[in-house]
Design a protein around this ligand. Structure first.
Ligand code: SF4
Length: 320
């Protein structure tokens, strides 16, 4: 075990290695907790949450978010207590006549922004700039006559939002079979391929490779996976490959957290998915060895700290 922990320490010290988090090692050198540097709020989520709390501080009510501001029940519950309502659908929106509507980091289809403005409501756009960039790409490319293809989950709000900025219907693909099918079909126009920001970058490369091999024309390829996602996935994969147990913290509906769980499970069978510390049964986590902790982009810092603290108490003091 000590060799494995020394290897982890060596890798953390190596500037080129993705492992850049915090490490705590027990006195006997037999147990360690690694907390991923990339765990927790990404830039876009930080910005969106700050924008809503900023509006709350101004006491400029009524305030609504279009959908929960992030995929985290704790934050959404706290905002609800502060008087921030959640609009769940276009139908709900049509019943609102005054106030501010905050667009969350995932973004929304253009028609929702239009509706907010037509109704005379104030629009506070917290769409992450990386997602906004995809809206601009698909808007421009679809207007130029490209068939837009999005690598992602068709039911995810971010993808629904992206589709809503295309001037003709977009196609969403996830699997290699779907990539083959679109590559073989004649749409009478070139393809423009983008990705959901949280898409697995290895999978994106694979789908693009399939399309390029089978297509007679040259598709426009824009890898729009955000760096925060790539860094988080790379770090999770790296620590999971060394860890004896992995804990991934995040909301049940958070797509980026789910991807971290999938990536971690491939490398480490002993992967636990928890929303808060209350979901974690420490008795199932090995008391010796390396425990890795990662968290989705919408997981608040206090929840991550609580899990990390309790793991340290148990593992470093060998209290199981
Ligand atoms: Fe923006 Fe990336 Fe965070 Fe999504 S994961 S909100 S694209 S910074």
């Amino acid at each position: 075990m000590q060799d494995k922990i020394r290897e982890l320490q060596r890798r953390i010290a190596d500037e080129k290695d993705p492992l850049k988090g915090r490490l705590w090692v027990s006195d006997d050198g037999e147990g360690a907790v690694y907390l991923a540097k990339s765990a927790g709020f990404c830039f876009g989520v930080h910005r969106a949450v700050d924008m809503v709390y900023g509006k709350v501080r101004e006491k400029d009510f009524p305030i609504y978010t279009y959908g929960p501001i992030i995929h985290n029940d704790t934050v959404v519950g706290d905002l609800r207590k502060s008087g921030v309502g959640v609009i769940d659908s276009e139908e709900d929106l049509s019943g609102i006549s005054n106030g501010t509507v905050v667009i969350r980091s995932h973004g929304v289809p253009k028609r929702i922004c239009d509706q907010i403005e037509e109704r005379g409501l104030t629009l506070l756009d917290a769409t992450c700039p990386f997602v906004k960039r995809i809206h601009e790409i698909v808007k421009k490319k679809s207007a130029e006559g490209y068939q837009i293809v999005i690598c992602g989950n068709a039911h995810h709000p971010e993808v629904e939002g992206i589709m809503g900025w295309c001037s003709s219907p977009a196609i969403v693909i996830t699997t290699e079979e779907e990539a083959e099918a679109i590559a073989k079909k004649d749409y009478g126009k070139p393809l423009c391929i983008v990705s959901q920001t949280t898409f697995n970058y290895k999978k994106f490369d694979k789908l693009v490779e399939i399309v390029k091999c089978l297509r007679y024309d040259e598709p426009a390829i824009l890898n729009t996976i955000c760096n925060a996602t790539e860094e988080r996935q790379t770090e999770a994969r790296a620590i999971a490959s060394l860890a004896d147990a992995m804990i991934v913290i995040g909301g049940r509906n958070s797509s980026n957290t789910q991807k971290l769980v999938d990536i971690s499970r491939k490398e480490c069978e002993n992967t636990f998915f928890v929303q808060t510390f209350d979901d974690l049964n420490l008795r199932l986590v090995p008391s010796r060895g390396i425990v890795g902790i990662s968290a989705g982009a919408s997981t608040p810092n206090n929840i991550i700290e609580e899990v990390s603290k309790q793991c340290r108490k148990t593992i470093l003091l060998n209290r199981c």
